[in-house]
Design a binder for this molecule. Structure first.
Ligand SMILES: C[S@@+](CC[C@H](N)C(=O)[O-])C[C@H]1O[C@@H](n2cnc3c(N)ncnc32)[C@H](O)[C@@H]1O
Length: 219
């Protein structure tokens, strides 16, 4: 993967001035969107797998090519790891892996979160690695913490880890979590171990600082 990625550039240099207003509005309401048939169909694979071999879950939301999903399968051998990404093109680039304790679903995360929460299938760990930053200030509501589905994410609980190469994104996520009553930590990643995902590799090779937010969330 190339090593010439430019750092995130934005017309927003600090936390978004409307962050608290938007997050609190979403926290007061329940996100209800009609589920898409293709997401229900994708979820069916997970549901059948869990009925056949019930195991604790790890969720890798926005998994892209699923390199991270396979790496997490090695890290969590007793779990079923579920990578979710809406892009068939990205998922088609998934390399062969010797691990058989993971599934990749082509679906929208928000619908999969709704279905998991409805069935009480709650992940022990929930990774969100390098989601699209949506750096324009006008796009706050497209960021995970600015989206109406943010409260849904909280109902899933688990040990959450969000990573980004945009410090403001991670700090905003941390503030949104704080507004929801969850306390976590924002850190600059100093770990020089193996890259967890392709975007992590690209950003590291390009010399970007990488940031993470972690918290334990009781559903
Ligand atoms: C910047 S890439 C990061 C991919 C991967 N996590 C990594 O670190 O290499 C963001 C991914 O989020 C996916 N995505 C964006 N919105 C999504 C949604 N609502 N549901 C599922 N996937 C989504 C995109 O298709 C894309 O693959």
């Amino acid at each position: 993967m190339q090593a010439n990625s430019r750092p995130v550039s934005s017309n927003q240099q600090h936390l978004h001035p409307k962050l608290a207003e938007v997050v609190c509005r979403h926290l007061r309401t329940t996100h209800r969107a009609e589920l898409s048939a293709h997401n229900i169909q994708a979820y069916e694979r997970l549901s059948l797998e869990m009925k056949a071999r019930p195991r604790p879950l790890v969720l890798d939301s926005f998994c892209g090519t699923g390199h991270s999903t396979a790496a997490l399968a090695e890290r969590h051998p007793g779990h079923l790891i579920v990578g979710v990404d809406k892009s068939a093109q990205r998922l088609a680039k998934h390399p062969h892996s010797p691990h058989d304790n993971y599934l990749l679903l082509q679906a929208d995360c928000e619908d999969i979160w709704t279905l998991l929460a409805g069935d009480g299938l709650l992940p022990d760990y929930h990774y969100m690695l390098y989601p699209n930053p949506w750096p324009k200030a006008a796009h706050l509501q497209r960021r995970i913490h600015g989206h109406p589905s943010f409260p849904l994410l909280l109902t899933l609980g688990g040990t959450l880890e969000l990573r980004s190469n945009w410090q403001i994104y991670v700090e905003e996520f941390g503030c949104a979590m704080h507004l929801a009553g969850h306390h976590g930590r924002v850190l600059r990643l100093t770990d020089t171990g193996p890259n967890l995902s392709l975007f992590e590799q690209k950003y590291r090779n390009s010399g970007h600082d990488l940031w993470s937010y972690t918290a334990s969330v009781m559903p």
